[in-house]
Write a protein that binds this ligand. Sequence first.
Ligand code: CP
Length: 311
Amino acid sequence: MSALATKHLLGLRGVSQSDIMTILDTARQFRDILDRPVKKVPSLRGLTVVNLFFENSTRTRTSFELAEKRLSADTINFATSGSSVQKGESLLDTLRNIEAMKIDVVVVRHKGTGVPKFLADNSNAIILNAGDGANEHPTQALLDMFTIEQKLGSLAGKRITIVGDIRHSRVARSNIWGMTTLGAHVTLCGPSTLLPRNREYFPNVTWESDVRRAVHDADAVIALRLQKERMEDSLLPSLREYRNFFGITHDVLEKAKKSVLIMHPGPINRGVELDSEIADGANSVILEQVTNGVAIRMSALYLLSGGRASE
Ligand code: CP
C-alpha cells in the first residue's frame, strides 16, 4: 500500500503538491544516508524490484539499481538484448512472465509513450516510469527539483528556464508539471521546429524565442540534450546553427544572474547545447543532480511500497 496518494509513479502531471513534497522531503533524509560511511538501510528488505530497460540508459538505470541496493531490496536487471523480446515476445507476455516470478516493483523505460500506464493497467506490481517516449521522466524532474531546492530553497516563485528540444523532451514535460505545481515560473525556449504544436496544453508557462532573454532573470537554466536524429527529421539545419542560436555559452550567460544554476539531465553533447566551460564551470550542478538522483529514487521506491520496513 503506497504511502502516497498515487499507487504508481507514471508521471508528474496530476500528481498533488503534497505527494511531490513528501517525495522531496523523504529524499532529503535518504540524501544524508548517502554521505555516511555505511550507505545501506534495511527499509525494503524482502522486496523484489525488476529494472525493465527497453532503451539505453546510464544514469537512470544505474541510479535505480543503486537506490534499490541501498534500501536492501532484491534487484533484477532486464535489458532487451539477450532477452526473449529479441525473439518477438510481446510486452504483455514479458510482463506476465516476470510477474509470475513474484516481482513487487517494476521500473520501466521504453520508447513507447504510455507503456508504464499499460503495465500499471495490466499488472499488480507497483510501476515506476523511468522514461517513456516523449511523454514523461518523473524521477529526472524530481531530482532536478530536489537539486534546485537544495541550492536555492523552496521552488515557489523561482524562475526556471528550459532550453532546447521541448517538443520531444520527456524531461521538459515532467519538469513543467512538477515545477508549476510547486509554484515555480517556467520559461521554455527553443527553435520553433522543436517547440510543441499544442502550446495550449501547457497553460502556466512562458514561451521565449531568444535564449538571452530566456536566461536573463533565471534562477536555474536546464539545457536539454539535443537529439541528433532531429536533423534527419529536417527539424534542424545543423548542430552549428543550433549552438549559435540556442547553445548555453559564456556569452549567453553574460547578462544572467551570477548565481544561476546550470543543469542538464545528461548525456551532454558538449559544444552543442552546452559549452564545456559552462558544463564544468562554477555554476554547474550537473553531477550533483546525478548524486541526488539516487536519493530521489530511494524516496520514490520507499514511499510507493508503503514505506514498508523490514521489521
Ligand atoms: N537523464 C537520463 O535519463 O539519462 P540516462 O538516459 O543516462 O538514463
